[in-house]
Design a protein around this ligand. Structure first.
Ligand code: DX5
Ligand code: ZN
Length: 231
């Protein structure tokens, strides 16, 4: 089993110093940067949009993994592409024409992802498998950092893993990821881990490095946990 990609969610970073936070978490071992865009309509919270992402782009060469929690989404997709997104993930629940929205993302030269809320079945991507590069399994109800992991996500990841087969589609999981839950989702087939509060806890670059290492060390090479005894 491959080591998962670690994608810190900037939602838990210091919003007054986002550029420096990106530098710090990149030095700490981040491989992607996960950017949570919230509209106060699809989810009960507001964050930031394309101008902020554009301003952050010069702070890092890492892939910008943009998680759009906005409904409808199509009208804003070109702005996120222009702002410097590498991966644009939209919610299956937030667009009436998922196939069309995904075609739009790819037409702009970006990787296309679909996010599934905890109550949305894996079959939501059944007819768009050839149009996606990533599926994002929400293991909390989107809107806030620091929530508890919803265990049914593990079963959904396993089903998605089977559905995807040999296709080159990343399985990313987002919400409540810690050293306790990371081994469970990786064993089920996840290969990208988003974590906000578990990585930005401590508020210093040194802490971020330790937090990322703790998550990594929780996952053995075969995907099983090496620290269940302390969980
Ligand atoms: C929630 C966001 C997540 C969030 C995860 O709507 O999509 O990316 O930042 O936060 P933690 O890791 O604290 O659950
Ligand atoms: Zn997210």
């Amino acid at each position: 089993m491959m080591r998962p990609i670690i994608a810190p969610s900037l939602l838990s970073a210091d919003f007054s110093r986002l550029g420096e936070e990106i530098e710090a978490v990149e030095r700490a071992g981040a491989q992607w940067l996960h950017l949570d865009v919230m509209d106060g309509h699809f989810v009960p919270n507001l964050t930031f949009g394309p101008p902020v992402i554009k301003a952050l782009r010069r702070w890092s060469q890492l892939p910008f993994d943009c998680h759009l929690m906005i409904e409808p989404c199509d009208a804003f997709i070109p702005a996120f592409a222009e702002a410097g997104a590498d991966i644009i993930t939209i919610h299956a629940e937030a667009t009436p024409h998922l196939d069309r929205s995904l075609q739009l993302i790819r037409s702009l030269g970006k990787k296309a992802g679909v996010a599934l809320n905890p109550s949305t079945p894996e079959s939501a991507i059944g007819y768009v498998l050839d149009r996606i590069d990533l599926v994002l399994v929400m293991s909390v109800n989107p809107g806030f950092g620091g929530q508890s992991f919803i265990p049914s996500a593990v079963d959904k990841i396993g089903r998605l893993h089977a559905l995807i087969g040999e296709r080159p589609i990343d399985i990313e999981v987002d919400g409540g990821i810690t050293a306790e839950t990371a081994p469970l989702v990786c064993a089920a087939g996840a290969n990208v881990l988003v974590a906000g509060s578990a990585i930005f806890r401590g508020g210093t670059g040194e802490a971020y490095g330790e937090n990322i290492a703790t998550i990594r060390e929780s996952i053995a090479v075969d995907g099983t946990s090496v620290n269940r005894a302390v969980a």
